[in-house]
Design a protein around this ligand. Structure first.
Ligand code: PEP
Length: 251
């Protein structure tokens, strides 16, 4: 895995009220206090961010948001700017999650604008990409991912992308209990690393962290993390419970 520091990230989606978010974050901070050789991040809903940031102060756990809007401010009712996220204590932001593409019309083009805005505000973007079941069955996985990477990362230099994290999340494995086998995931991660080398630089391809996401649980994380090009996990359902997520962090 070269010198890449593993990242275990939890996406809480639209779960947890403010008190629930604070309680889970506090439990998690205590449970992973011993962890020094990997990064841990949680992404609560917007409403919980500032409170959870207080709870996480001085802990090993970083704070992320699940989305942002690319403008700095203005008449954009319901949207949140990168500076607002940074001021709430976020250092990461998830971008282009398949649920955002499926339910809220996000595209590779909007992702590109969001990544650019995140980088300008020193937020680490976690770019989500992945194929549907139909695309995998019709052997389009690599062409779909190539398009998502090419359009999503259009116009960025290797330097821009120094902190960027890619999360490979096959849509058919998200929230379904179906996980890609470690061989399937490794094959895609290696493909993505080669794609980054082809489009950017060898150094970036070696250093960029590529996470796997899709029904990651305490009982499958170890085998996934044993693969040379899997640098961590983006965890949905199993990140909602602090003890379960802590087991994944301690794979
Ligand atoms: C996700 O939301 O990014 C995800 C991978 O969900 P789950 O772990 O529940 O499949």
């Amino acid at each position: 895995m070269e010198n890449r520091i593993p990242l275990i990230a939890g996406n809480w989606k639209m779960f947890k009220t403010c008190p629930e978010a604070v309680e889970t974050a506090g439990q998690l901070a205590r449970l992973v206090a011993d962890v020094t050789d990997r990064d841990v991040m949680i992404a609560p809903p917007f409403t919980g961010l500032a409170l959870v940031a207080e709870t996480l102060k001085g802990s090993q756990v970083s704070l992320g948001a699940q989305n942002l809007f690319w403008e700095t401010e203005g008449a954009y009712t319901g949207e949140i700017s990168p500076a607002m996220l940074a001021s709430a204590g976020c250092t990461y932001v998830i971008i282009g999650h398949s649920e955002r593409r499926q339910y809220f019309g996000e595209t590779d083009e909007t992702m590109n604008k969001k990544i650019s805005a995140a980088i300008k505000s020193d937020l680490t973007p976690v770019l989500c990409i992945g194929e549907s079941e139909k695309e995998r069955e019709s052997k389009e996985t690599f062409s779909v991912l190539d398009k998502q990477v090419t359009k999503g990362l259009k116009g960025f230099s290797s330097a821009d992308m120094e902190t960027l994290v890619i999360a490979y999340e096959p849509i058919w494995a998200i929230g379904t209990g179906k996980t890609a086998t470690r061989e399937q995931a490794q094959e895609v991660h290696l493909f993505l690393r080669s794609l980054i080398e082809k489009k950017f630089e060898k150094g970036l391809a070696k250093s960029i962290r590529i996470l796997y996401g899709g029904s990651v649980k305490p009982d499958n994380i170890t085998e996934l993390m044993a693969m040379p090009d899997i640098d961590g996990a983006l965890v949905g359902g199993a990140s909602l419970d602090a003890e379960t997520f802590s087991k994944i962090v301690h794979y």
